[in-house]
Design a protein around this ligand. Structure first.
Ligand SMILES: Nc1ncnc2c1ncn2[C@@H]1O[C@H](COP(=O)(O)OP(=O)(O)OP(=O)(O)O)[C@@H](O)[C@H]1O
Ligand SMILES: [Mg+2]
Length: 231
């Protein structure tokens, strides 16, 4: 379980996150929602060691992860799929996947078969350049690359952004399969309400850098989520 306790973050002198707290249990999808600019990406950057936070604690399975670097966070089991995918366009699909090895010991450097089971299209396209893939295929590649390390926590930043509906469904199925494996906590940042509502077990609603409401999927409706975003 990932526990985030009163995390605050600044860019320069500008405060962005204020005392953000939530837990992300293993085997569940914790969905972070909020309008543009509330600080969702900043939160994932803090959790993945990509930006320092000013105060607060982050623990994984009870172990403090405080102020680790991105490489250390990856070694501890936190995988990050960035907003906009950040696939290397001139490298092949296989090479893009291999970049996921960077934080692993040399003996552990192989692409697990279950990555291709999840996204068979990547096996078909493994020699194609990342930049030649469609947006949806690139998103699948970015998720697959994050899974190479066998993470305990998977952070996904708006995986449906700019992606065709049929691929959105495939990504939804992949997230559900990963959740059902029961060996990782999934933190999903999402603005697509329908996708978020299908994927989530619970919701963390953000407003102006703060968590202002938490909702359980089984105790709310899709309309509650929309109303909550609009407030
Ligand atoms: N590197 C940066 N330097 C300064 N300010 C930044 C930086 N990155 C983001 N911000 C600001 O921090 C705030 C939160 O940005 P963030 O990207 O975390 O929001 P978000 O909720 O992910 O938005 P979106 O839905 O558009 O992806 C915004 O006001 C943004 O302009
Ligand atoms: Mg963002």
């Amino acid at each position: 379980m990932l526990e985030v306790n009163k995390v605050s973050l600044k860019y320069g002198q500008s405060p962005i996150l204020h005392d953000v707290s939530f837990t992300a249990p293993v085997g569940q999808v914790t969905t972070i929602m909020g309008t543009n600019g509330v600080g969702k990406t900043s939160l994932l950057r803090a959790l993945s060691g990509r930006h320092p936070y000013t105060t607060g604690d982050i623990t994984l399975d009870g172990e403090a992860l405080n102020h680790v670097s991105a490489v250390q966070a990856a070694r501890k089991g936190i995988a990050y799929v960035p907003q906009g995918r950040e696939v290397f366009p001139m490298m092949s699909v296989a090479e893009n996947l291999e970049t996921g090895f960077a934080c692993l010991p040399k003996g552990d450097r192989s692409v697990p078969d279950r990555v291709f089971d999840l996204f068979p299209v990547l096996l078909e396209m493994k020699d194609r350049r990342g930049g030649d893939l469609s947006g949806g295929q690139q998103q699948q590649l970015a998720i697959a690359r994050a899974l190479i390390t066998g993470p305990k926590v998977l952070l996904l930043d708006e995986p449906t952004e700019g992606i065709q509906p049929n691929v959105i469904q495939q990504i939804g199925r992949a997230i559900a399969q990963l959740r059902d494996r029961g060996d990782m906590a999934i933190v999903l940042v999402e603005q697509n309400v329908d996708f978020a509502f299908r994927a989530a077990d619970h919701f963390v609603m953000m407003k102006r850098g703060e968590v202002w409401r938490k909702m359980q999927k089984d105790k709310c409706t899709r309309q509650d989520i929309i109303d909550s975003l609009a407030l």
